[in-house]
Each structure stands twice: as structure tokens, then as C-alpha cells.
Design a protein around this ligand. Structure first.
Ligand SMILES: [Zn+2]
Length: 172
């Protein structure tokens, strides 16, 4: 039997947060949204997430006002991060960094670079050059020394080089 979604007596903000982002796939969907993935089919191709699960997660994130559904070019339904969703960037960044530290012996799989001064983001989340806390819109993602992904989907291809966060992986 599935666990209840809302745990009686747990009023902590962490438990409220986990109701939104604590499910398997959800943080991966959000990570990809920061990478500029917007279309249903592109999430499927890049993550390998089952379509029914993705439908459910996207609806939940939309209902929570973390993602907004918009009409993209050529009439495609697209999902973009809201301001509320953008506020999850430090969480995604720190979990990636923690995973690299403990589970990626070859080094970070992806690195983030402050576009303005080419400084790499350090494990503390600050730019290694200017020491600023950089907004995700001012960052690019690049393959790092531990990069081992070789997918031929449009997302993997777009992320082979430097790709500015939040910019659509598909050209406009
Ligand atoms: Zn910088």
C-alpha cells in the first residue's frame, strides 16, 4: 500500500517541501527544466521517465506553481520554471554537488560556469572568480571530468557543449 501523501502531525516546512519535490523523478525533472528542457517528449528522451509518471509529476509541479504550462513555438505545450520553481536552484545545485563528491570518483559530471567571468561554481555554490552567489540565468552548464553521458537525444546533444541555464535546448 502506498504511503499517505500527507503525514498527520508533520507541520514542518521540510515535510511540506518533500510533498512537492520528494518523489522519485521530480528533482530530475526540475534539474532538466533548469537545463532548458521544456517539452514532454524531451523529458522522456533524456530521463527515460515513464510517460504516465511524467504526466503525473508535471501536473503536480504545475498545481504547486513550480512549473507553468505555456504554448511554445509551433504550438507545442511547454513547461517552464516559475519564480517559485527558480527558487529551488540552490537545492538542485547542492544535491548535484553532493552527488559528485560522493559518487563520481572521476570528478563532477557537469560543471557550472559564471558566464560573465568564466568562473566555475565551487562546491560552496559561489563563483570561483568573483565569489558571488550567481543567479541560474547567469550560469552555463558544461560537461565535467566525470561526464559519461552519451545519449543521442536532443537534450544530450545540446548539453555536449556549454549551454546557458534556462535557455531552451531547442533553438527558437
Ligand atoms: Zn563570477
Amino acid at each position: 500500500m502506498a504511503l499517505p501523501k500527507v503525514y498527520a502531525g508533520q507541520r514542518c516546512s521540510l515535510s511540506r517541501t518533500l510533498e512537492i519535490v520528494g518523489e522519485r523523478w521530480t528533482l530530475l525533472i526540475l534539474r532538466d527544466a533548469f537545463f532548458g528542457v521544456r517539452r514532454f517528449g524531451d523529458f522522456v528522451a533524456h530521463l527515460g521517465v515513464p510517460r504516465a509518471v511524467l504526466t503525473e509529476r508535471l501536473e503536480a509541479l504545475r498545481d504547486a506553481d513550480v512549473l507553468a504550462e505555456v504554448r511554445g513555438t509551433h504550438g507545442y505545450r511547454e513547461y517552464v520554471l516559475t519564480d517559485k520553481g527558480l527558487g529551488l536552484w540552490p537545492v538542485v545545485r547542492d544535491l548535484l554537488s553532493w552527488g559528485d563528491e560522493h559518487y563520481s570518483p572521476q570528478g563532477a559530471r557537469r560543471v557550472f560556469q559564471h558566464v560573465e567571468d568564466s568562473g566555475l561554481l565551487m562546491p560552496d555554490g559561489l563563483c570561483g572568480v568573483c565569489r558571488a552567489l550567481v543567479d541560474p540565468s547567469e550560469l552555463a552548464v558544461l560537461p565535467g571530468p566525470g561526464y559519461d553521458e552519451a545519449g543521442d537525444d536532443v537534450v544530450s546533444q545540446a548539453l555536449l557543449g556549454a549551454h546557458r541555464l534556462l535557455e531552451p535546448v531547442r533553438g527558437r
